[in-house]
Design a protein around this ligand. Structure first.
Ligand SMILES: *Cc1c(COP(=O)(O)O)cnc(C)c1O
Length: 339
């Protein structure tokens, strides 16, 4: 038995999800004729109280489409220095949108309204790029699955409105935050101009992400998705997995959070763990020092059939997900005790 804690993307579709996929009504989604894709898009738009949504192959694509929609080449995007859009999307902000970035040193991946305000360039200064977009991440992956306080979103939104900036949310793990903080999707819909959610992380589908926003934004996004090569045909087989996930796999994220807390607790007792980021959702990030390096700890775990990623020379990340059951968590804790 392999206990794969590298990422919440390693999940395989359950029997129920596979059945939903195999029996999905489909059509050509580039023609807008796939009933399952349309149903998924309508369902997510309704959940967030927003006008429209568009299904895409990946979260990288939904983020990159959003950035392209909200900016002009030469503009500047404001985000945390650890954010996925900057760290893990292949330089797409520059490649796809022709924009530069203003990186903010946040607290576990979260930035404040004050920091955003200070980062906005003076429009009247010809030396400066136009600041046109603020992009946040919730939960913040490199922040160890950290969550914002909702009030900070509202504060940042006010700064965006006052300065004419668009406001995007990379919500790859947004449902983890909503479950952990007992929040409401509609509140997010009221606050952000665009929201990207991943179906292939904690929700457990084989692929797919959805960008949610106004009708006008989504119309523009459909065109950009085509240009990026992301128009899919009978994508309803994948969309059906998404609908199944929204119906069955949101509430259960609380189990992953409980499992993460238990593994975090076990790690705090190890002398080679110098620091553990507060465990708020399904991610545990520890700083390693002393008897182990991040690489040697990952190697030692692997000998015991437990997979975790050394995300830097000093940090190891464990991610909980729906293919990890209580027995696997107990086994992981038992192995950690002996290390
Ligand atoms: C995984 C992830 C994405 C999207 O990744 P894809 O693999 O392209 O679907 C975006 N943002 C964050 C924070 C992520 O963790």
């Amino acid at each position: 038995m392999i206990i794969d804690l590298r990422s919440d993307t390693v999940t395989k579709p359950s029997a129920g999800m596979l059945h939903a996929m195999m029996t999905a009504p489909v059509g050509d989604d580039v023609f807008g004729e796939d009933p399952s894709v349309n149903a998924l898009q309508d369902k997510l738009a309704a959940m967030f109280g927003m006008e429209a949504a568009i299904f895409c192959p990946s979260g990288t694509m939904t983020n990159q489409i959003a950035i392209k929609c909200h900016t002009q080449p030469g503009d500047e995007v404001i985000c945390d220095k650890l954010s996925h859009i900057y760290q893990y999307e292949g330089g797409g902000i520059a490649f796809n949108a022709g924009c530069s970035v203003k990186l903010i040193e946040g607290d576990r991946g979260r930035i404040t309204a004050g920091q955003v305000k200070e980062s906005i360039n003076n429009k009247l200064d010809a030396h400066k790029a136009y600041s046109s977009l603020v992009s946040l991440e919730n939960t913040a992956n490199r922040g160890g699955g950290s969550c914002y306080d909702f009030a900070e979103f509202e504060n940042i939104k006010t700064v965006c409105r006052e300065n004419g900036l668009a406001f995007h949310l990379d919500g790859a793990r947004l449902f983890n935050a909503i479950i952990a903080k007992i929040e409401h999707a509609e509140d997010y819909g009221k606050t952000f101009d665009s929201i990207s959610v991943c179906l292939s992380k904690g929700l457990g589908t084989p692929a797919g992400s959805v960008l949610i926003g106004t009708k006008a934004l989504v119309a523009k996004a459909r065109r950009i998705r085509k240009v990026f090569g992301g128009g899919m045909r009978q994508a309803g087989f994948l969309a059906a997995a998404g609908i199944y996930a929204l119906d069955n796999n949101i509430e259960r994220l609380a189990e992953d959070h409980k499992h993460a807390a238990a593994i975090g607790e076990a790690l705090t007792k190890k002398d080679f763990v110098e620091e553990i980021l507060p465990v708020e959702t399904n991610i545990v990030i520890v700083k390693i020092n002393g008897r182990h390096t991040s690489a040697s700890l990952a190697a030692e775990l692997k000998k015991n059939n437990i997979l975790a990623i050394a995300i830097s020379t000093t940090q190891v990340r464990f991610v909980l997900h729906l293919d990890i059951n209580v027995a696997m968590v107990d086994k992981t804790i038992e192995v950690l005790r002996k290390l």
